[in-house]
Design a protein around this ligand. Structure first.
Ligand code: CAA
Length: 294
């Protein structure tokens, strides 16, 4: 825990110092070209350095999700996804904004035919495709595509001043990356309709009450708490965590009977893994399990 404290103390210091300063926590990418991010920052955190932190870093535009940012985010997710030393990923923004939505200025001139032929927003789905657990650590605004991005993650932790909303209606459009679908599944029709048809925002406490966020923490402790959560997940078998994530996600994609069948078969499948055997043996022998992700 002492290491985590050091990491976050140094992050706070960094805010006060030159913006161009090197991050205190070394990135884990071996290829130097992927470290030259323009719109994001990537770090590894946690005592075992097994939690990746991706920070959206376009502060002047409140992390509006321009094409360049979304491409970098996809690339970073793919790289962390392949990195065997990473157990969980935290996605965060700034204290003022997780992300204020798709970049309105970038898309203002888009035409219908361009949207159709370019399959606009199709490349936004990497977050939802990632097999490792992703925790959204949301401070400030999570609006439009920002709220949708948070909802693509597996768990949302909210800073106490976070604000969630789908304000697209005020721009003469509708949510395009899951706002009418994922939000409705989480908060129910009445609340989702209210939010999507008015553009009204909800605060962190309400988001937690509705089940949109799983926890609310003081804004300055948010990242530390999200990393701790990633570390806790990382104490388990990465392989079984992946299967478990897939099973929970199946609940959103299928009927109860189909979902229960999928869960049962996946449960059975864990009996073909070394980690299931090790977990149960360690319990019986009253010792900590040593998982090998096999
Ligand atoms: N796109 C582009 N630029 C944005 C932006 C966005 N979504 N949100 C904020 N910005 C820019 C502002 O234009 C401003 O830039 P300038 O300094 O160059 O003028 C800068 O960020 C700071 O913003 P504000 O001055 O507006 O800050 P504020 O504190 O007064 O207000 C806010 C904050 C309430 C979040 C306000 O910025 C806002 O309403 N933003 C737009 C939110 C929105 O409508 N999001 C939905 C986008 S559409 C979408 O996401 C579709 C989809 O489903 C994928």
């Amino acid at each position: 825990m002492a290491n985590i404290a050091k990491i976050f103390a140094s992050r706070a210091q960094g805010v006060l110092q030159a913006a161009a300063r090197q991050p205190q926590v070394a990135t884990r990418f071996s290829s130097s070209s992927t470290n030259n991010w323009e719109y994001i920052k990537t770090e590894v955190a946690g005592e075992g350095k097994n939690v990746a932190v991706i920070t959206l870093n376009r502060p002047k535009a409140l992390n509006a999700l321009c094409n360049g940012l979304m491409k970098e985010l996809s690339t970073a997710l793919q790289q962390f996804g392949k990195d065997k030393t990473i157990s969980a990923i935290v996605l965060t923004g700034s204290e003022k904004a997780f992300a204020a939505g798709a970049d309105i200025k970038e898309m203002v001139g888009n035409t219908y035919s361009q949207c159709i032929q370019g399959n606009f927003l199709n490349d936004w789905t990497e977050v939802a495709r990632t097999q490792k657990p992703i925790i959204a650590a949301v401070n400030g605004y999570a609006l439009g595509g920002g709220c949708e991005l948070a909802m693509m993650c597996d768990i949302i932790y909210a800073g106490d001043k976070a604000k969630f909303g789908q304000p697209e209606i005020a721009l003469g459009t509708i949510p395009g990356a899951g706002g009418t679908q994922r939000l409705t599944r989480v908060v129910g029709k009445s609340k989702a309709m209210e939010m999507c048809l008015t553009g009204n925002m909800i605060g962190a406490q309400e988001a937690e009450k509705l089940g949109l966020a799983s926890k609310v923490v003081p804004a300055d402790q948010l990242l530390g708490e999200a990393v701790k959560l990633g570390e806790k997940i990382g104490t388990h078998s990465n392989l079984i965590v992946q299967l478990c994530k897939e099973a929970v996600n199946t609940a959103y994609e299928t009927t109860l009977q189909e979902g229960l069948k999928f869960e049962r078969r996946t449960f059975h499948a864990t009996f073909s893994t070394a980690d299931r055997k090790e977990g149960m043996t360690a319990f019986a022998e009253k010792r900590p399990a040593k998982f090998t992700n096999e």
